[in-house]
Ligand binder design. Structure first.
Ligand SMILES: Cc1cc2nc3c(=O)[nH]c(=O)nc-3n(C[C@H](O)[C@H](O)[C@H](O)COP(=O)(O)OP(=O)(O)OC[C@H]3O[C@@H](n4cnc5c(N)ncnc54)[C@H](O)[C@@H]3O)c2cc1C
Length: 376
């Protein structure tokens, strides 16, 4: 990439094809910014949309339907797509180093690279479990698991560790997928150390009933301590026998951020202010799971990354033009819809609203399909 100083055009570098960046590209495709060169660095050409991922695992959507084609989107936005991975950032020189050897200079950088799995708290997880997060690598692992499960001596007992929304979705997806493909005598357990944040009491009751209805054993308020080839040892001393264990617990910041001198929160996620700029570097924006809005922290969920997308697009445009940036306060709660894998869903919002049924699934389906239509 020619230095931006030589060409006199400003260079916006987007690293990571996450949920917020696809909306930035969509915004610049709709309304191009004169004098701006855009580069997107992404490990993959296709990026999955988290809202439809569990639905894909249950067979409701094809793989194409849940992926956004970054090549097509970048082309529409007049952006250059570099299929590579950022392995270092030099904030003094304003450069990102890529695995393939290229160094990209930027005037403005935006980072949307998600998270990396953190299995460190559970002994044996590295060796014996499948890390569910980040979603970018989940489908490959899922395919391998499905292939194994189709063999006559393949896994029949599945345990999901992590009682957050992703773990719950996954438990329903595992039940639906493997019951249909393998056998209706498979066993599924969900291990949840604590109550999921952002899920109100009414939803929790409905989820517990749906788990029971779907034959999923809930091990509530019990943490996984150790995973071995036969199953999961819990803090209570109970053992959950399992041939395949999927872990959907905490996640850590991507390692590439650790060596940077950018401001971070206590867990190492990039610390950003209300304009989505990193607190100690106005040339750098960070969004989605890899960042924490220090004054308004929110759970790591795709819905928050999606909400940041349009704000980020406007602020990047303003930064290019040298205009004052917009401040953003993310909403406190959001509509949460969990598919139960049987053509139904459980929904809720805030402290009190909770509902379930076929209409809830249709609502989720309509919202997610409308989102994906934006990307052709
Ligand atoms: C099973 C499951 C179901 C979920 N369901 C929901 C849901 O229904 N609703 C919801 O709100 N959330 C859901 N989530 C959470 C959601 O997936 C994440 O919060 C969301 O993906 C975060 O988006 P993001 O933009 O931060 O990053 P991501 O979507 O993870 O995208 C980051 C991208 O950056 C790329 N990347 C990473 N490092 C580099 C690098 N160094 N250089 C270049 N590219 C890089 C990655 O390959 C990836 O493509 C679910 C999660 C799981 C595991």
């Amino acid at each position: 990439m020619a230095s931006s100083a030589k060409t006199n055009r400003k260079h916006l570098l987007l690293v990571g094809g996450g949920h917020a960046h696809v909306l930035v590209l969509e915004a610049f495709a709709r309304d191009p910014e004169p004098g701006l060169a855009i580069t997107l660095v992404s490990r993959n050409r296709l990026t999955p949309y988290s809202g439809m991922l569990p639905g894909h695992l249950t067979g409701a959507y094809t793989r194409d339907e849940i992926h956004i084609d970054l090549e097509r989107l970048a082309r529409a936005a007049g952006a250059r797509l570099v299929l590579d991975e950022a392995i270092g950032f030099d904030s003094a020189l304003r450069r990102a180093r890529l695995k393939g050897g290229e160094a990209l200079a930027y005037d403005i950088l935006s980072v949307d690279i998600g998270i990396t799995p953190d299995l460190s708290g559970i002994a044996g997880a590295d060796e014996h479990a499948l890390a569910v997060k980040p979603i970018g690598s989940l489908l490959e692992k899922w395919d391998r698991l499905a292939e194994k499960a189709l063999a006559p001596d393949g896994p029949r007992r599945f345990a999901i560790v992590g009682g957050g929304a992703a773990g719950i979705c996954l438990a329903f997806a595992v039940r639906a997928f493997f019951t249909k493909r393998v056998s209706d005598s498979i066993e599924v357990s969900l291990i949840a150390a604590s109550e999921a944040s952002g899920i109100n009491a009414g939803m929790r009751r409905r989820i517990a009933r749906a788990l029971k209805r779907r034959g999923i054993a809930l091990r509530a308020e019990d943490a996984a301590l150790r995973i071995d080839r036969d199953g999961v040892m819990l803090a209570s001393g109970q053992f959950v026998p399992a041939d395949a264990v999927l872990v959907s617990t905490h996640a850590a910041p991507p390692p590439v951020l650790a060596a940077t001198d950018w401001a971070k929160d206590e867990s190492g996620f990039l610390a950003v202010g209300p304009t989505l700029q990193i607190l100690n570097d106005a040339a750098v924006f960070a969004v989605g799971d890899c960042a924490t809005m220090i004054a308004h922290p929110r759970p790591k969920a795709g819905v928050f990354a999606v909400r940041q997308g349009p704000v980020l697009a406007r602020n990047l445009r303003r930064a290019v033009r040298g205009e004052a940036l917009e401040s953003y306060i993310p909403q406190r709660d959001h509509l949460l819809l969990i598919a139960t894998g049987d053509g139904r869903a459980i929904g809720g919002r805030g402290r009190f609203l909770a509902f379930e049924g076929r209409l809830a699934w249709r609502l989720k389906d309509a919202i997610d399909r409308r989102f994906m239509r934006r990307f052709g």
